[in-house]
Design a protein around this ligand. Sequence first.
Ligand code: BEZ
Ligand code: FE
Length: 277
Amino acid sequence: MRNLNQDNITQAVIARLAATPDPRLKDIMTALVQHLHAFAREVKLTEAEWFKGIEFLTATGHMCTETRQEFILLSDVLGLSMLTVAMNNDKPAGCTEATVFGPFYVAGAPHYENGDDVANGASGKPCRVSGSVRGLNGEPVANATVEVWQADDEGHYDVQKPELGHAQARGVLHSRADGSFDFRTIVAEAYPIPTDGPVGALLTATKRHPWRPAHLHFMIQAEGYETLITHVFRDGDPYLDSDAVFGVRQSLIADWASQPDGGTQLNYDFVLNPVAA
Ligand code: BEZ
Ligand code: FE
């Protein structure tokens, strides 16, 4: 095909995808081309703006390392991560809701016994966390893998401090026979997502703040149940209604209660969705 113009180029590109053997890939690429072209037409994209976009994506790629995923961060601040989570985690009423995974999960975190301190030296005020893992019918889920991770009181995850050399404020526990678990850690505080890269520049250019409300990350896995990736948010946090990555759900907000001994106690009960038979 020659002499393509702004009226027929979209169809020409889509026709070029006709032989794609994987039907799902074909659908995704066709829709991507349609929407990308429609976007360019809608905003009447100039060549200079197109190049600025290319430079932005190039910088985003250059910012990525083993421990820094700027593309996930971009997806997060554009609401694409939360949209994908919402579309794929439509669980029955009563199940704990899912939210964004975030870029700071690390596989292979240290294992702890119930009652242990997972902070492992991370700075922050002491906090006790207890809870349970149950199935949708109320049955206790024994031996569920409960993975937890969080930032310290300066807003940093251990992976953002390579000089540390060991895990802090993250760990893996298992629920007891009655589904219960508990551990010690530090109080979660609100923190800004990383702003030293192109995503930070985008937030500045659009007058958006980078803050996430205080939260504790959980990933809970048990045989016979769907894996749950979620957070528990701290009630009263000033950023609950303006989370930089759109992850807050009312059902995930809990009271982090001050205790007479000066500590803080969080209790949260998780409900897993059974895998469809
Ligand atoms: C997090 O909660 O760890 C997080 C999520 C999205 C972007 C940045 C951080
Ligand atoms: Fe986080």
